[in-house]
Design a protein. Structure first.
Length: 209
């Protein structure tokens, strides 16, 4: 079962991919982790991508990313399937992916912008131990870390303006993928505004049908 998870930031996509990976016993492949893994292993292209691009904070070009995805999917642990998270992000990437593999299911975790903005702007991080709190995991005392009594602050990434910008980029670049995969008969939408265990149940129903 070759699966793609897509969805805007703030829908807990990574968490769902992680849990689904354990449930189905197939690897969860997020682009960032894949980049790090291949570079650490000494993969030539992986090292090049690190030294020239992501290691310097630059975007890895599509032609290199797709080759790295191809090398990652060729590994033995992917023989029964995999879950892609964070790739493809654009139509050109989706078309390139279709050249190297066959996708079985595309799951879109949906959520309204209002819910996402509320969830992400409520996040707070401990300045000492970096633990993250939010609507789902509030601290016992407001503004104070449960673990170390550190002060909780809002990260720049969780400021409303930054979130709105990321949501716009998602709408413009990634949302078109939903029609692309609908045309292929592969897309299922899942309600991402439910509690996390319910979202996972819906995803599992989709992949077991
Ligand atoms: Zn702390």
């Amino acid at each position: 079962m070759n699966i793609i998870l897509i969805g805007p930031p703030g829908t807990g996509k990574g968490t769902q991919a992680e849990r689904l990976s354990k449930k189905l016993n197939i690897p969860h492949i997020s682009t960032g982790e894949m980049f790090r893994q291949l570079a650490t292993e000494g993969n030539a292209l992986g090292v090049e991508a690190r030294d020239k691009y992501w290691g310097k904070g630059n975007l890895v070009p599509d032609n290199i990313t797709i080759k790295l995805v191809e090398e990652r999917l060729a590994k033995a642990d992917c023989k029964n399937g995999y879950i892609l998270d964070g790739f493809p992000r654009t139509i050109p990437q989706a078309k390139a992916l279709d050249q190297i593999t066959t996708i079985d299911e595309v799951i879109e975790i949906q959520s309204s912008n209002d819910v996402i903005i509320k969830r992400l702007t409520s996040r707070r991080q401990c300045i000492n131990c970096k633990k993250i709190y939010g609507i789902d995991v509030p601290p016992t005392y407001e503004g104070i870390c449960d673990k170390c009594n550190g002060k909780l602050i809002q990260r720049d990434d969780d400021k409303e303006e930054v979130i709105k910008e990321r949501l716009e980029v998602y709408q413009k670049q990634t949302k078109p993928l939903t029609s692309y995969y609908t045309k292929q008969g592969k897309l299922t939408e899942v309600n991402g505004e439910q509690p996390i265990p319910h979202i996972l149940e819906d995803i599992i129903k989709t992949v077991s049908k």
